[in-house]
Design a binder for this molecule. Structure first.
Ligand code: ZN
Length: 389
């Protein structure tokens, strides 16, 4: 299993200059390798391999002294990135039958990370980070690393710097909870669970988002090229980062709670949903947060040995979760009210129950899942022993 630990770095002025220079050297290398591949293909009809590019790089290092200012493995990693970009491009090409974006050149300031693929190119020493060709950088390790450190990626985010360590570890064995849950993207809250629990967007996040919106508005009113505009833009950048970090933190905490409490987690497959209906189009507004949350949830579920199901989202908000009757409602209608069986429920709660039922439908235990899900959050042991997983 792999895990990433991210820590804030506090480089000195001199170190920051070196880091920025390393980013720039790698950006130029990235672009020139991309162009080499393109030109080579256009003139010969063949692909240029990473091995060949490595040979070219070795030769270039004798002529271009600037390349020697950057740790050699960091440069090699750039070639791996190019290779991955190309593989991805060809894969998309095959999938989409001819329509895929060609790997792009990186503009100035648009290349934000470099990777040290192994020690001793980087080394954690007494809570500080030693980087080859850069020096020993102050680092805030707010939590301990558990496992074997593999790679170290240095990331620039506005005027902040971070070290991201990829760590291999053995997952802990644990008892998987015998409860199932369906999760619906809330229209007014962040999400609603099939047991009725509502997960609200935290107040601190809403506050930063509001401030970001205000600052963005004021940015658009500032004169172009003026110093006020530049200052405001810096504030916008740092607020963006703050929102991103707060949201990430929130996603981690909420997905941890869910994975700790449930053995089967069902969500909507929004890839299908986006195209399907109005209800889901409106959800795409909240997508930015939701997609990231699902990724974190899926990886935590896998890590914990939970079953993670993505279900077809069609009609989850329309269908009555008790009797199956179709009960159409506009977005403004918050309550599901079934004329057939009389069920009255919050609309998102009803949708979450449908999602849960869909994840277990078509199997012998589906009836039990549905029934028990209605009467309470917990599944009884009998239903669990029926479940074939
Ligand atoms: Zn009904």
């Amino acid at each position: 299993m792999q895990k990433t630990y991210k820590y804030r770095l506090y480089p000195s002025k001199a170190q920051e200059v070196k880091l920025t220079a390393a980013l720039e050297v790698c950006r130029v290398l990235y672009n020139s390798c991309l162009l080499d591949r393109k030109n080579y293909f256009e003139s010969t009809g063949k692909g240029l391999s990473r091995i060949r590019q490595q040979e070219i790089l070795t030769a270039d290092k004798k002529r271009v002294l600037l390349l020697n200012e950057v740790h050699s493995q960091v440069l090699q990693d750039v070639l791996f990135r190019i290779e991955r970009a190309y593989k991805g491009f060809f894969r998309r090409l095959a999938e989409k039958q001819g329509k895929a974006g060609y790997p792009r050149l990186k503009n100035e300031g648009r290349y934000d990370s470099i990777t040290y693929p192994q020690e001793p190119g980087f080394k954690i020493e007494a809570g500080k980070l030693r980087l080859s060709k850069i020096g020993q950088i102050k680092m805030r390790m707010h939590r301990d690393i558990v496992g074997q450190v593999k790679t170290c990626t240095i990331r620039r985010d506005g005027n902040h710097w971070y070290a991201c360590f990829s760590v291999g570890y053995e997952p802990e064995k644990r008892l998987i909870p015998d409860k199932a849950v369906g999760i619906d993207v809330g229209l007014k809250s962040f999400a609603v669970l099939s047991n009725g629990t509502e997960i609200a967007n935290p107040r601190y996040l809403r506050k930063t988002e509001k401030k970001l919106k205000q600052t963005q508005r004021s940015l658009s009113q500032k004169k172009k090229g003026g110093s006020n505009r530049r200052k405001t833009r810096q504030i916008v950048t740092s607020l963006h980062r703050k929102v991103r970090n707060q949201r990430l933190d929130f996603h981690h905490k909420e997905s941890r709670k869910i994975v700790n409490s449930f053995g089967l987690i069902a969500v909507e497959d929004l890839k299908i949903g986006n195209m399907m209906q109005n209800h889901h189009l409106s959800k795409s507004i909240t997508d930015a947060g939701w997609g990231g949350f699902l990724n974190i949830l899926a990886s935590k579920a896998e890590e914990a040995g939970c079953r993670f199901e993505k279900v077809d989202p069609r009609n989850t908000s329309v269908r009555c979760s008790r009797c199956g009757e179709s009960v159409p409602k506009t977005l403004a209608v918050r309550i599901h009210q079934c004329p057939l069986c009389g069920l009255v429920l919050d609309r998102d709660h009803n949708a979450a129950l449908n999602i849960l039922q869909r994840a277990t439908a078509g199997t012998a235990e589906s009836y039990a899942w549905g029934e028990v899900a209605h009467s309470g959050p917990s599944l009884n042991q009998e239903a669990m022993s029926l479940a074939a997983w």
